[in-house]
Design a protein around this ligand. Sequence first.
Ligand code: TXA
Ligand code: MG
Length: 363
Amino acid sequence: MVFMELMNTQIIELTKDRTWENSLLKAGQIIQQGGLVAFPTETVYGLGGDALNPESAKRIYAAKGRPSDNPLIVHIHHLDNLTWIARDIPEAAWQLAKAFWPGPLTMVLPRGDRVPLETTGGLDTVAVRMPSDPVALAFIQQAGGFVAAPSANLSGRPSPTSFRYVLEDMEGKIEMILAGEDSKIGLESTIIDLTSIPYLVLRPGSITIDQLQRIVGRVEMDPSLLQEENYAPPKAPGMRYRHYAPRGELTIIEGERKAVGEWIKRETLLAAKTGKKTGIICTIEGLPFYRLAKDEGYIADSVKCLGEYGQAGEIASNLYRALRELDEEGIEVIYAEVLSYGGKEEAVMNRLLKAAGNRLIKI
Ligand code: TXA
Ligand code: MG
């Protein structure tokens, strides 16, 4: 355990701060002096440090409690900066950048010499993303153009989609939080590895494999993501670790709608009888199964309805908040419906399965 002295974390509420340009200037200076600043992006909040400074990378790992072999994504604000940090950039990268940047796509490319191995977890590749959130872009510019940033959560917790969750996990450990709006997308970026042939999606996100294929032709899912159990190690080191896990035991139930509703209802009532605090994660379509008679509330202590079945965008933007709230409420047993059709290739179910430690019952 590394001893870490607690510091005063400054919170800049951008919606209330009329001098936010000055605040961004200050945030940029903190980064350039080796400090850490959390900032909003359209996917999730990031925990930023200078990507070209090995000491900053070490501080990021310490603040998150994250293993230092798990590489960081380098965030840029201008396409010209890509050649500064990556080498042998294939034509496909420029095509993808044109189609999806700024936005929720991360590309893995051969690492340029300027990027220290501490930032890339010892790898000779570098992951790069240009986010679309205007605050993020302005901040990266002020910070010198290269901000290494993992999601701003403690390792093992859901990524933060609101600055309140950043504060919960990072207060006292970083110099500043740029508190903007809630993240619109709510799940981390799609990662595509352009250093292998065929190109591989290492982490599904809101940009789908179909969209990528339309721009660059053949793209496949990292095979380790599609297995029932993760036997082969995934290529993105971060996908190896247990992630996003709520403290309660989460199980996903798959099957015909009515059967699933009835199963969850029965098992929830059984768990409640044994004195457990119960939770349900469901869609609007499933909700009626969990209502008590005569509008008296629900059969579980907490019911999180994330949106309409298959509306992946809406469900994605609610998922991590729901997982954090279930923890706050002390829920011990959680049953979740299948929320969307895409299975493991799709971001929502990929993250839900990870949160459940792949515990899925087919009925
Ligand atoms: O949306 C996002 O990508 C957010 C925001 C803040 O930009 N960032 C994010 O970072 O999710 P993080 O560190 O939580 O996840 C980065 C993932 C990890 O699974 C890591 O292993 C993988 O990217 N990764 C980073 N560099 C890599 C590389 N060179 N090769 C393969 N995987 C890499
Ligand atoms: Mg993360």
